[in-house]
Design a protein around this ligand. Structure first.
Ligand SMILES: O=P(O)(O)OC[C@H]1O[C@H](OP(=O)(O)OP(=O)(O)O)[C@H](O)[C@@H]1O
Ligand code: HPA
Ligand SMILES: [Mg+2]
Length: 182
């Protein structure tokens, strides 16, 4: 199966993203005032959102760490197999963990990652996702902080990829694709 991108339709501009990230940062700072926190970036997709958001959390006592999981490969559909490729390095026992993710789609990735941190002894695990995409959800994962809700559409940019492309774009776009068996 090959996937060709026919068009990139603008969904959120760089300015809309910046303003929403600032609001999310203010809310998280209020909620965690006086507490320490480990912010975990879920690589690769969350890398741009993470680096913007943590700078909006400057008043908090924060540690940063990175996890790498993958389930989409080069496709626009989840393989339903969440493959852990790199674990966090900090000891999470007794810590407040905030998972920072680019998109929740089926919810499978976050279901597995949340369970993983609870097993590692975190005191609390909350989820912050920039895009909450609803149509393909098959879990009842709770998103504690979400940037924007979308019903459908495979999106790219601001860290999100299609077959590793488009992650570097500062805005978010819907990739209109054509699939063929050749
Ligand atoms: O809710 P789900 O259906 O599980 O989809 C969401 C996950 O899929 C993407 O990761 P991907 O497997 O593409 O890896 P990547 O972050 O390296 O792009 C995205 O970054 C999320 O981690
Ligand atoms: O819409 C999406 N775009 C990019 N990666 C994704 N992973 C799950 N959903 C998406
Ligand atoms: Mg991806």
């Amino acid at each position: 199966m090959s996937i060709a991108v026919k068009e990139l339709k603008p969904v959120f501009t760089k300015e809309e993203i910046t303003s929403r990230v600032r609001e999310m940062g203010e809310q998280i700072c209020k909620d965690y005032a006086g507490q320490s926190l480990v912010a975990v970036c879920v690589l690769k997709g969350a890398v741009l959102f993470f680096s913007d958001l943590v700078r909006a959390l400057a008043p908090l006592e924060l540690e940063l760490d990175f996890l790498r999981v993958s389930s989409y490969g080069n496709d626009t559909q989840s393989s339903h197999e969440v493959c852990f490729k790199k674990d966090v390095e900090l000891n999470l026992r007794g810590k407040n963990v905030l998972i920072i993710e680019d998109v929740i789609d089926s919810g499978l990735t976050m279901q597995k990652v949340k369970e993983h941190f609870l097993v590692r002894g975190a005191k609390s695990v909350k989820l912050c996702a920039f895009i909450d995409k609803r149509e393909r959800r098959i879990t009842d994962i709770k998103i504690d902080y979400s940037g924007f809700v979308l019903e459908r559409g495979f999106i790219v940019g601001y860290g999100l990829d299609l077959a590793e492309k488009y992650r570097h774009l500062p805005g978010i776009f819907e990739a209109v694709v054509e699939e063929s068996n050749v």
